[in-house]
Design a protein around this ligand. Structure first.
Ligand SMILES: Cc1ncc(COP(=O)(O)O)c(C=O)c1O
Length: 376
């Protein structure tokens, strides 16, 4: 169990209440502290990628903590932000948009628009002169949990042509990239920043801003020093690559901003004869991302009295509640030998891509959101 998540009296109380549905436990104070950490450490503007967790209480907590700019991918996300945070600044950074989505972005007053090809730029026209267009660059850089360059991004030559065209159309050229989610390698950002400077120079364009994306890691043994090292490297790479008059920096974290602010409390519905556990949540619910992003299975098991189980860990296959055999965690979890039916399993660090990805398959996936402190 991560030292960063504790079984507080409030969590023990929740367990004793024997909730039938999985609980998503929200620690708003932790989210506010995380926002402050990003704003103090990142050498530029901190925005939030709404896709990671669009709950209104998340958006409002971030706004109260000073995060007022949001990376949105769809009209529904824009509406969610507008409803929760009046006056928010919107960066519409999904480069593929239908004509109706372009109109919605304009109606919502999005101030920054990413593009990754000429057709995408054409789809935005006509645009208010001076609108910021962030050309999305892609490079074969590794470091993330999977490759974010497969779907979006312009190779350097195409990015150069796009930047030139953006400037020629009287719009404001910026550049953006995403090194891949859960990126543990600070050099991934540095390589992108250096290439951003080269591409801009080749295009003869002065960049207004460089948006270094999200991708900041949460899972594994990531600690504060690792995050600081990434912030630092982004700053030094920008100075090396651009020198004096460097463009302003922007980041748009999802995972690393919100993951630690939530825990999932699931229950053991049944223990099977072979030791496998069937939970009331699984990969069609809040644990959906476990299929794609490897993570340390840092969980705690609590009996119905709210006390942690202490038996030796036993590797158990873990199934979700639906009838599908694929509804199973990719790796067995080390769960206590004395675990029993009706016990609760606390999964920390579950704020990102959990509620956002949960389906209602088989009638499950309806998470109850409760507030509690997850640090004593
Ligand atoms: C454009 C953009 N920005 C930011 C993010 C957030 O990434 P992460 O959750 O890895 O920080 C994503 C994730 O898909 C994205 O597509």
């Amino acid at each position: 169990m991560s030292s960063m998540t504790q079984i507080t009296p409030e969590i023990a109380d929740l367990v004793r209440g024997a909730p039938e549905r999985p609980l998503l436990i929200f620690d708003a104070e932790r989210l506010a502290r995380r926002a402050a950490r990003f704003q103090a450490g990142f050498p530029g503007l901190v925005t939030y990628a709404v896709k990671a967790n669009p709950l209104p209480e998340v958006l409002r907590t971030l706004a109260r903590a000073g995060v007022r700019s949001f990376d949105v991918a769809s009209p529904a996300e824009m509406e969610a932000v507008r409803a929760a945070v009046p006056g928010a600044v919107l960066h519409y950074h999904n480069p593929i948009r239908s004509p109706a989505e372009v109109e919605a972005g304009k109606a919502h007053g999005a101030v920054s628009w990413s593009v990754d090809d000429m057709a995408g730029l054409d789809r935005l026209m006509p645009m208010e002169p001076g609108t910021e267009i962030a050309v999305r660059l892609r490079l074969p850089v590794r470091g993330g949990a999977y490759d974010f360059g497969v779907k979006f991004g312009a190779d350097p030559e195409a990015a150069e042509a796009l930047l030139r065209e953006v400037a020629a159309r009287g719009l404001t050229p910026s550049l953006t990239f995403h090194p891949g989610t859960q990126c543990r390698d600070a050099e991934a950002w540095a390589v992108y920043i250096h290439e951003a400077a080269r591409v801009a120079a080749a295009a003869g364009v002065r960049l207004h801003r460089v948006n270094v994306g999200g991708g900041f890691p949460h899972w594994g043994s990531v600690d504060e020093a690792e995050l600081s090292a990434i912030f630092e490297r982004i700053g030094t790479a920008t100075r090396e690559a651009f020198g004096a008059g460097a463009p302003a920096l922007v980041c748009e974290p999802g995972r690393a901003m919100v993951a630690g602010a939530f825990a999932v409390l699931a229950r053991v519905k049944a223990l099977r004869g072979d030791g496998a556990a069937v939970l009331n949540d699984g990969i069609y619910g809040a644990l959906s991302e476990w299929r794609d992003v490897p993570r340390a299975p840092e969980v705690a098991v609590l009996g119905p009295d709210g006390e942690a189980r202490g038996g030796a860990p036993l590797a158990r296959v873990v199934y979700g509640p639906t009838c599908d055999s694929l509804d199973r965690l990719p790796q067995p979890l080390g769960l206590p030998s004395d675990m029993a039916e009706g016990d609760a399993i606390l999964f920390p660090g579950m704020g990102a891509y959990s509620v956002a990805l949960a389906t209602r398959f088989n009638g499950y996936g309806d998470l109850s959101i409760v507030r509690a402190r997850t640090l004593a």
